[in-house]
Write a protein that binds this ligand. Structure first.
Ligand code: SF4
Length: 441
């Protein structure tokens, strides 16, 4: 294994409690982000890690935070964890080292046989993120090339009967399977007791033959569908990516039997204050609830103020489901960076998705402007900051810095790996603007 992959493994475990174990996957989804990348994308394929390496990585995990398997925050491609030949040995090692820490496994569901699910029950507490995509075997086969689609389609009922908590996810491709298929998949997840459902509006780079299928208007279409369905089913349903246009801490849904449900929180409530602290955004409200075992919560319910008490144990999460809006600690850091450097004019660069909300938050900050950066390297319908590259940022900087107007230009850290490299392998240190310092937030 190369030095950089080794570094990313330990970085992932130590900073995010994420255990990459393999990049091997046993299906080939037509929406998989590993397909149709432009030439020059710098990502890594991880063969199944040895149990010895896993044992070493476990030493870097934090017992106080959930342990995540099957996700990636680095350039290591995520794979299907259940394909790892020693997966149960790994889970048993983790459980031995952390008897009560929640283990979260993201899976495509292809290998969830009755025998596998029954073995999982002995490893509680754990929860699954099930990428179901369709509850119809034919549609699932078409979307994911899953030859044994029936097994995954039946897995929600099996998980429910074995009392294993799970969340469902669907990458929405209505032009292929139709909205009735997506609606029925949500209903099936609801009937089987999923804790939450996430519907993803897919983003496709310019190289993908599907890039033209989901223009900007698709977001409104997806949002309208989610609104109708969320009112019909009981499980909290959210659309991703969706950046709200305000910072009111609106509750999208409440997980059944969770501390939030027992406290009386409901979909549509706006969390106004927690233990007397005014809430600044959804991210702030969620963070405040996640830090407390007991919280006095003031909500606005259709114009009427209510006081609720949310109580949970150290191993429970609050159970409130909200969209991601803005992390005000980042806003405060931008202001701090400008103040430390005595900048007179600061430009904050952000993704096209985040721009409307960031612009609204910064509109009254004199001497600071926010600009959206178009994703040209990936192109297509990609608008997320995680896929912006040095070449995208340089083009945006060249356009705004024609008269050396800014003395500080800030770019988001999420576009760069721990060594400061973007997905094309270029360093943020290569960014250049006449008369300005460029800093990473
Ligand atoms: S299950 Fe995930 S990793 Fe595997 S092909 Fe589908 S999207 Fe890609």
């Amino acid at each position: 294994m190369s030095g950089i992959v080794n570094y990313l493994l330990y970085y992932s475990a130590a900073t995010a409690n994420i255990m990459p174990i393999t990049s091997v996957c046993n299906v080939s989804c037509i929406f998989c982000s590993h397909r149709h990348n432009p030439p020059g994308v710098d990502t890594y394929h991880l063969p199944p890690l040895s149990v010895d390496t896993i044992r070493d990585l476990i030493g870097f995990l934090d017992a106080g935070k959930k342990i995540v398997i099957g996700e990636s925050i680095t350039k290591i491609n995520e794979g299907e964890p259940f394909t790892h030949p020693d997966f149960f040995a790994i889970l048993e090692l983790l459980r031995g080292a952390f008897p009560s820490t929640l283990i979260q496994i993201t899976t495509n569901g292809t290998l969830l046989t009755e025998q596998v699910v029954r073995r999982l029950t002995a490893l509680a507490p754990l929860e699954l993120n099930l990428s179901l995509n369709s509850a119809n075997p034919g549609s699932r086969r078409a979307l994911m090339n899953d030859k044994a689609a029936k097994l995954a389609v039946e897995s929600p009922a099996l998980l429910a009967s074995c009392k294993i908590a799970f969340h469902g996810s669907i990458v929405g491709l209505p032009h292929l399977v139709g909205w009735p298929d997506i609606r029925e998949t949500c209903r099936q997840l609801d009937r089987c007791g999923a804790q939450t459902i996430r519907l993803f509006l897919p983003g496709f780079p310019a190289f993908s033959p599907l890039a033209g299928c989901y223009p900007e208007t698709s977001l409104a279409e997806f949002a309208a569908e989610v609104k109708k369905l969320a009112a019909e089913i009981t499980v909290p349903l959210t659309l991703e990516p969706q950046v709200p246009d305000d910072v009111q801490a609106t509750v999208e849904g409440v997980i059944a039997s969770s501390p939030a449900a027992l406290a009386g929180l409901r979909r549509g409530d706006i969390i106004v204050a927690v233990d007397g602290n005014a809430v600044r955004s959804r991210v702030d409200a969620f963070g405040q609830l996640a830090r407390r075992l007991k919280a006095d919560v003031i909500v606005d319910r259709a114009g009427v103020t209510r006081r609720l008490e949310l109580v949970r144990t150290a191993f429970q999460r609050p159970g409130v489901v909200m969209c991601y809006d803005i992390d005000f600690s980042l806003v405060d850091r931008v202001k701090g960076m400008a103040s430390e450097r005595k900048a007179t004019a600061t430009a904050v660069l952000t993704s096209e998705f985040a721009y409307p909300l960031w612009h609204r938050v910064f509109v009254d900050q004199s001497g600071m402007d926010v600009f959206p950066v178009a994703s040209r390297f990936f192109g297509g319908t990609i608008k997320a900051a995680g896929l912006l590259t040095v070449s995208d940022y340089q083009k945006a900087i060249d356009a705004i810095q024609v008269d050396s107007r800014y003395d500080l230009i800030i770019v988001p850290q999420i576009s760069f790996d721990p060594k400061g490299l973007d997905l094309s392998g270029k360093s943020y240190l290569d960014l250049w603007a006449a008369g300005a310092e460029i800093a990473v937030l």
